[in-house]
Write a protein that binds this ligand. Structure first.
Ligand SMILES: Cc1cc2nc3c(=O)[nH]c(=O)nc-3n(C[C@H](O)[C@H](O)[C@H](O)COP(=O)(O)OP(=O)(O)OC[C@H]3O[C@@H](n4cnc5c(N)ncnc54)[C@H](O)[C@@H]3O)c2cc1C
Length: 466
């Protein structure tokens, strides 16, 4: 007998599991298929969660080693990497089990196995024992996420040549790590291993790191990371990677056009991710993809096949867990005939290094390109009392507001707690706040959030503390 569902969700990551729960809340008989064996997708298993655990613990290790400079003498600080990894794994397993519990609580049927289309409403699921089961779906939501891409002729072995998945599970601290790609994943993982003792080199093709980030913030970020000891090779292209049992040799052509060899113990390739659309049999049912192999959808997340929808990393837009989650809720509500909607102008992005970097809305470069007249308000953390008291004075807050209406168009923060601070500005932007609104909001003292208030005051050139 074939199992029948009103909606089948393929993929149990942040997009898929959230979508399944919302559908079940709305009364739909829902199934969620995932092939990983554990729910939570990339984010919980090999992405956001394990990387943030290691970022936190490596930061604690690093700062504990430097406590003596601030008057706390703790003696010899020793790293136990195995325990650190176990702690990370525990965070992952608690959270993934939590997702399984949530699906059960909401009466979503969780089907373990690999899904692909037989027809537009029949899905084949192959389990671990290679047994096939066919399920019927009135509607399907594809949330199969993405995976790391490598360079031509370079294969991940996850021991010496790593994707981010290998980089969160190393068994020992490499003497030297070479990171290819200066995006957020490369810089977060580079920071982890640099704090734990590796000599980290980052090779970036562009003349700046973190493409898409506001230029001024990106420059400051680079300076801070360099100060922390990470070495950068900008405007450099990887020509080849040669692996021997002892060492990996990466040939790059640098900004002067010279070819140089860099030897390293491990290489992390962090040059981007590709959507998981290859093995779903999409061509058989006629689903259209764009030039980057992402699924084409309309504003209602509907593919060209009417009863099939797609969200998250498999469609265009930033590859971020919270974007996938918002889309998961929106598509469930759209399927229910409601007006599900995601405001793409207000999707925050955070880099969880130390200090953190966070942004929401437009960069200065985008506003210039769109020929929007804007005002800038900036406030340095050097002048923020909380930052001073806890020795976290690196960074600043930058607010971009429309010259005429004063409406906030973008906010960029580099500094401690930036990832938490950006929430206030996302909310402000959702409500269409002006910089004046923020400047007149009482912020607790002494907090980092006062730097936001001061940056808002700076838009009108009336800061108090600088
Ligand atoms: C190292 C790293 C750090 C990251 N840090 C952050 C962060 O701090 N913040 C943030 O917002 N984002 C972060 N991301 C990105 C984030 O993980 C993704 O944007 C997010 O997981 C996308 O969610 P999704 O539901 O679209 O897909 P995924 O999370 O990729 O989930 C898709 C699931 O579908 C399964 N699947 C695929 N094909 C099939 C099939 N045919 N049948 C059944 N199952 C299938 C996959 O195994 C997977 O479990 C990070 C990513 C990485 C790699």
């Amino acid at each position: 007998m074939t199992d029948k569902f009103q909606v089948v969700v393929i993929g149990g990551g942040p997009g898929g599991y959230v979508c399944s729960i919302r559908l079940a809340q709305l009364g739909y008989k829902t199934a969620c298929i995932d092939s990983r064996g554990v729910l939570g997708g990339t984010c919980l298993n090999v992405g956001c969660i394990p990387s943030k655990s290691l970022l936190n613990l490596s930061e604690k290790f690093y700062s504990t080693k430097h406590f003596a400079e601030k008057g706390i003498e703790v003696g010899h600080v020793k790293l136990n990497l195995e325990k650190m990894m176990k702690n990370k794994d525990m965070a992952v397993s608690t959270l993934t089990k939590g997702v399984e519990f949530l699906l059960k609580k909401n009466k979503v049927t969780y089907i373990k196995g690999y899904g692909s289309f037989k027809t537009t409403n029949k899905i084949s699921v192959i389990d671990n024992n290679k047994k096939e089961k066919i399920i019927e779906a009135e509607k399907t939501v594809i949330c199969t996420g993405s995976e790391s891409i490598s360079l031509p002729k370079v294969e991940f072995d996850e021991k010496k040549i790593l994707s981010s998945t290998g980089a969160i599970s190393l068994k020992s601290v490499p003497k030297k790590m070479l990171v290819i790609g200066g995006g957020y994943i490369g810089l977060e993982m580079g920071s982890v291993w640099s704090r734990l003792g590796s000599e980290v080199h980052v090779i970036e093709f562009l003349d700046h790191i973190t493409p898409g980030m506001d230029n001024e913030i990106s420059k400051e970020f680079l300076k801070i990371l360099q100060k922390q000891g990470i070495k950068f090779h900008l405007k450099s292209k990887v020509e080849s990677i040669k692996k021997t049992p002892k060492v990996i040799t990466v040939k790059i052509s640098n900004k002067e056009g010279k070819k140089i060899d860099i030897e390293s113990d491990v290489v992390l390739v962090a040059v981007g991710r590709k959507p998981n659309t290859e093995k779903l049999n999409l061509e058989k049912i006629g689903i259209e993809l764009d030039s980057k192999k992402r699924i084409e959808v309309n504003k209602k997340y509907q593919t060209n096949v009417k009863n099939i929808f797609a969200i998250g990393d498999v469609i265009k837009g930033p590859m971020l867990a919270h974007k996938a989650e918002e889309e998961g809720i929106a598509v469930a509500e759209i399927i229910d005939g409601q007006a599900g909607n995601v405001n793409y102008e207000v999707i925050p992005g955070v880099v969880y290094t130390s200090p953190e970097v966070a942004a929401v809305g437009k960069t200065e470069e985008q506003l210039k390109k769109d020929q929007v007249n804007y005002k800038v308000g900036k406030f340095s953390l050097m002048a923020n009392s909380r930052a001073k008291t806890i020795n976290e004075t690196d960074g600043f807050v930058k607010i971009l507001a429309d010259s005429k209406t004063d409406k906030v168009l973008g906010v960029h923060i580099i500094g401690a707690n930036a990832g938490e601070l950006i929430a206030e500005m996302s909310l402000a932007m959702e409500f269409g706040a002006s910089s004046e609104d923020i400047a007149r909001t009482c912020h607790a003292h002494p907090t980092f959030s006062e730097a936001i208030k001061e940056a808002a005051l700076a838009v009108d050139k009336r800061t108090i503390h600088s």
